[in-house]
Ligand binder design. Structure first.
Ligand code: ZN
Length: 200
């Protein structure tokens, strides 16, 4: 069979989402047979991204520039802000330009169980963005889980005295559904049917 080095590579790849030991082995074999046309370009691309990897100081997206590509894009509506739990949610929503505004990544969700408190995620930073003015719509695009909804409710309370339209993704989203796993049609529908939220 293969040497320990190759085995290490297989094991590292097998940890990636969507792969497993079997697919990882096939991928490695593919790379080994094509050092010039497959292995080197991937290595070079990974090295380059790794060198430049940053978290956007404004929205929390990951990119190779700060501010990120989205925050820097003048065609996007500055006045509309979509709040998501994770970068993967931002990418899911951004994939087909479903949302024309900008984003804010919390980097998690409130959870009594896991001891995640408001100060542990980027909620204060969100309030400061809204407080700075120039934003008139905030869409809370939390996952339809208990923790996601607790987080949305908490944020709605913190924002209730600002002169903004506050809405939430429609719950056509299956309960427990993670944005990242929804197809674009479902996601677009949830965004179109977003409804006002109030924090009573
Ligand atoms: Zn950004």
């Amino acid at each position: 069979m293969a040497s320990q080095e190759i085995e290490n590579l297989v094991q590292a790849l097998a940890k990636l989402p969507g792969l497993g030991p079997r697919s990882a082995r096939r991928a490695v074999l593919y790379l080994l047979k094509r050092p010039e046309t497959a292995m080197r370009p991937i290595l070079a691309a990974m090295e380059r991204v790794n060198e430049r990897l940053v978290s956007c100081g404004i929205c929390g997206n990951v990119d190779t520039q700060d501010p990120c590509q989205i925050c820097n894009d003048p065609r996007r509506d500055e006045k509309s802000l979509c709040v998501v739990e994770e970068v993967s949610d931002l990418w899911a929503l951004d994939k087909s330009r479903l949302f024309p505004g900008k984003f804010h990544v919390l980097g998690g969700k409130l959870s009594a169980l896991d001891g995640v408190r408001p100060e542990d995620i980027a909620i204060d930073k969100l309030i400061r963005r809204v407080d700075a003015g120039g934003i008139d719509e905030v869409v809370l695009a939390m996952n339809a889980t208990l923790e996601g909804q607790t987080t949305a409710h908490y944020i709605a309370e913190r924002l209730e005295n600002y002169p903004i339209r506050l809405s939430q993704l429609s719950h056509g989203i299956p309960v427990g559904g993670e944005l990242d796993y929804l197809d674009e049609g479902t996601l677009a529908q949830a965004l179109r049917a977003r409804r006002p939220i109030n924090a009573e």
